[in-house]
Design a protein around this ligand. Structure first.
Ligand code: NAD
Length: 482
């Protein structure tokens, strides 16, 4: 163990350490982290053994005693100091994020880091208040929200910084301590912001333990972890839910989606194409609440497809560090292979591909060309499953009721959007979508006060908003006879 949790000057160069109990911790073994734009090894990440995860949980448990009894204002000051410390390394964190994740630096990585820092500040400014449920002359009933204990955060690789810090901020401000296990595909930026945390937060309050997937079940089973805040696939979410049952852990699951966008018959469809394009293809299609099915009205379908493809052709696929690039690679080999199964199926089924469709196998890195499929059948793989890559099916409908029915006919229920000139009519359609979030004439607006969570198999519980913050607490009813 190193006693000095210093942040190296050049944060995107190794070595990387676990952070446990306020210290930098080396490991015996390491694993490769690959730059998806080149396919080459970018760095070695520390592979924790079970004892090291155990030590992080024990440190978090110890730290909980004093952290949970601090006044809200004191925790708030710590979080403000943490946000400031991260901001001092903003450029390097964003660059490291592009290197390990692949997303374009200016349009995606820098905004992700900035938004994460601002999320910490905004969350720190919000208290979960004591509610007065009832008050009479001789009796008062209060609802308090007490911290849970140690929270285990398990995060994915698509927005590794934002999705982790959106867990850190509400967990810590409400008095919990946290251990994060980042995705093995993108551990580096998380390890660095963990390292930065050690210079401002008390030991044990926030630890980062990277390693293989097997660390996940150790957390979800662990008797000293009170809650698992999980973001990832629906399949893994089900494992988490089963595993957490043994210790009655609180669980929040933010899972996959197959979001529909419905472009209404009265839409000014040409003007919204950039929003629809980026809603689907931004982050190379790797967002949980990205547009994964695009329903357009038959009266303008042909023109729409043409205009969408024209816009797509203006974008450049490549290394996210190149300032002219707007679409990066898919993040990892596993996902690259998975997205290719969609392309194979599209080809084998004879669906009409109007853009892309063919991977250049000689190109290094994990590049999938933006692919547009014109009106594949509703029961096709690309419509029914989550592609989580830069492929968009444009589907034709005649009748709005029919579009709503098709949009809702899914085991997923994360998000959706409706686009039309008549905002009231579009909002009425939005109200009929069976999803946790729905946007009208905009997309991907999130905020600390806006609860976010999935219906159906897209998740359980909520993040953000007072509802989300409360899920990091136990409700405690206090009845006092005056
Ligand atoms: P994943 O489920 O493969 O992995 C997520 C995390 O779970 C990783 O840290 C992984 O190491 C860990 N893990 C793996 N097996 C585990 C187990 N048995 N127990 C506990 N943890 C385990 O997901 P991914 O491929 O990293 O992410 C992509 C998926 O995440 C997509 O389906 C996407 O829609 C979803 N996602 C959802 C949201 C949301 O807010 N709803 C946000 C981003 C991504």
């Amino acid at each position: 163990m190193s006693a000095v949790p210093e942040v190296t000057k050049s944060i995107f160069e190794g070595p990387y350490y676990l952070t446990i109990d306020g210290r930098l911790v080396e490991t015996q073994d390491s694993f490769d982290v690959v730059n998806p734009a080149t396919g080459e090894v970018l760095a070695k990440a520390p592979a924790a053994v079970p004892d090291q995860l155990e030590a992080a949980i024990a440190a978090a448990r110890k730290a909980f005693k004093s952290w949970s009894t601090l006044k809200y204002e004191a925790r708030q000051q710590y979080l403000y100091a943490y946000a400031d410390a991260l901001e001092a390394h903003r450029d390097e964190l964003a660059r490291l994020l592009t290197l390990e994740q692949g997303k374009p630096l200016k349009s995606m990585a820098e905004p992700e880091v900035d938004l994460s820092i601002s999320w910490i500040r905004q969350t720190a400014a919000r208290r979960v208040p004591v509610e007065i449920i009832e008050e009479t002359a001789d009796h008062i009933v209060e609802l308090h929200h007490t911290p849970l204990g140690v929270v285990g955060a398990i995060t994915p690789w698509n927005f590794p910084v934002l999705l982790a810090l959106r867990k850190v901020a509400p967990a810590l401000i409400t008095g919990n301590t946290m251990v994060i296990k980042p995705s093995p595909f993108t551990p580096l930026t998380t390890l660095r912001f963990g390292q930065i945390a050690q210079s401002v937060l008390p030991p044990g309050v926030l630890s980062i333990v990277s390693g293989g997937n097997e660390l996940g079940p150790q957390m979800t089973n662990h008797p000293d972890i009170a809650k698992i805040s999980f973001t990832g696939s629906t399949e893994t979410g089900k494992h988490v839910l089963r595993s957490a049952a043994g210790t009655m852990k609180r669980v929040t699951l933010e899972l996959g989606g197959n979001d529909a966008a419905i472009v209404m018959p009265d839409a000014d469809y040409k003007s919204i194409i950039p929003q629809l394009y980026w809603g689907a293809i931004g982050n190379s299609g790797q967002w949980c609440d990205g547009i994964k099915r695009l329903y357009v009205h038959s009266s303008f379908h042909k023109d729409f497809v043409e205009a969408f493809v024209d816009y797509a052709k203006q974008q450049k696929l490549g290394d996210g560090l190149d300032p002219s690039v707007t679409v990066g690679p898919v993040q990892n080999k596993m996902q690259f292979d998975k997205v290719k199964t969609f392309l194979d199926d599209i080809k084998a089924s004879g669906h009409k591909v109007v853009l892309g469709g063919q991977v250049d196998e000689n190109r290094p890195g994990y590049f999938i060309p933006v692919t547009v499929v014109d009106n594949p059948p509703e029961d096709s793989k690309i419509v029914q499953e989550e592609q989580f890559g830069p492929i968009v099916p444009i589907l034709v409908y005649d009748d709005v009721d029919e579009a709503i029915e098709r949009a809702n006919d899914s085991p997923f229920g994360l998000g959706g959007s409706v686009w039309g000139r008549d905002t009231k009519a579009a909002a009425a359609v939005a109200n009929r979508l069976e999803t946790g979030t729905v946007w009208v004439n905009e997309i991907h607006i999130h905020g600390v006060d806006m609860p976010f969570g999935g219906h159906k198999q897209s998740g359980m519980g909520t993040e953000h908003g007072n509802e989300g913050r409360q899920l990091f607490t136990n409700p405690k009813t206090v009845m006092i006879k005056k």
